[in-house]
Design a binder for this molecule. Structure first.
Ligand SMILES: NC(=O)c1ccc[n+]([C@@H]2O[C@H](COP(=O)([O-])OP(=O)(O)OC[C@H]3O[C@@H](n4cnc5c(N)ncnc54)[C@H](OP(=O)(O)O)[C@@H]3O)[C@@H](O)[C@H]2O)c1
Length: 285
């Protein structure tokens, strides 16, 4: 049984491979698909097979998937390019005779108003049209997404956002990786959809309080309008599209689009999600 992971040099992909090895999957049964061979040296050192293929290179993708049984398609990071890129991967998997594709989608991708959702939904639809059975890992937000905002929040005593009183069931990246590794090692996963979120379903005010407890000072949440928050992020130096995306995601949180109580993450990883305080501690260490 050979399992391939795309985006294997990325943060999530690396964690998935570590988890698979910890679960006893032999390194020789793992294919790491990467676009930068040099970056994959740590994976090769573990005995994992490294194959090079960009999501935009159908021929390389087909070669990279030769002999692969299960594929984890980790969504790409080039927003706006991802539907054709993911389609290339799926078509290459079809040509190579892959038997299962797991895809890292977005929580509630079929109903979410978050700007990242349409590319994920289009990929899900392409998978539904494929002859290959697919399993959808609809990942919620990573708690690590807040890492870059923490120093300013700790320094100023204010965490800014535009999520109102919405609840956010985020989880650590490592927990989402563990869920993906679990799916890749289980049987009969084709056709399943997992809505993945952590145990702590926090408002930003509750999140700010926990950040304060970890940092040893009071931190309050200041709620801005979506447009004011986007302007504040752009003013702080973020590229305009990223600022707009993040503020829009907060609006999605206010509507409950990054919240779930499905329990799917916990079932797959066989334990509660990692406490957010632990993720914050690691981020500010
Ligand atoms: N749920 C969330 O909160 C959240 C947050 C951020 C991102 N995401 C999504 O989840 C994915 C995995 O997260 P992550 O933390 O692992 O992100 P990441 O560290 O940025 O990893 C993205 C991976 O995709 C690879 N990649 C991007 N474009 C590619 C292309 N054209 N061809 C081949 N490979 C390509 C990158 O290759 P290189 O290693 O060569 O750069 C990298 O390995 C992201 O790509 C994004 O779609 C989710």
């Amino acid at each position: 049984m050979t399992t391939a992971i795309t985006g294997a040099t990325g943060q999530l992909g690396s964690l998935v491979i570590t988890d698979l090895l910890q679960r006893g999957v032999a390194p020789g049964e793992i294919v790491a698909i990467v676009r930068d061979n040099a970056k994959a040296a740590p994976l090769a050192d573990k005995g994992v097979t490294v194959r090079v293929a960009d999501y935009s290179d159908p021929a390389a993708l087909k070669s990279a998937l030769d002999g692969v049984d299960k594929l984890l398609l980790i969504s790409g990071s080039e927003v706006g390019q991802r539907v054709p890129q993911h389609t290339n991967v799926i078509e290459a998997a079809e040509a190579a005779g892959v038997s299962l594709i797991a895809y890292t989608s977005l929580l509630k991708a079929d109903s979410s108003g978050v700007s990242l959702a349409p590319e994920h939904l289009a990929t899900e639809e392409r998978l539904a049209a494929s002859s290959i059975p697919a399993v959808l890992l609809r990942n919620g937000w990573y708690w690590e997404n807040y890492g870059s905002a923490l120093p300013q929040a700790i320094e100023s005593g204010t965490l800014y956002g535009a999520a109102g009183n919405g609840r956010l069931a985020a989880a650590s990246r490592a927990d989402f990786a563990a869920a993906a590794a679990a799916v890749l090692t289980l049987d009969d996963q084709g056709g399943k959809t997992y809505e993945l979120g952590g145990d702590e379903r926090l408002t930003y005010a509750e999140f700010a309080k926990i950040v304060g407890e970890v940092a040893g000072k009071d931190i309050a949440y200041a709620d801005l309008s979506e447009s004011d928050y986007a302007a504040a992020l752009a003013g702080a130096g973020l590229p305009e599209p990223v600022a707009t995306m993040l503020a829009g995601a907060d609006a999605g949180i206010s509507r409950g689009e990054l919240d779930t109580d499905s329990g799917d993450l916990q079932t797959l990883i066989g334990r509660p999600s990692t406490p957010v305080a632990d993720v914050i501690k690691a981020a500010i260490a």
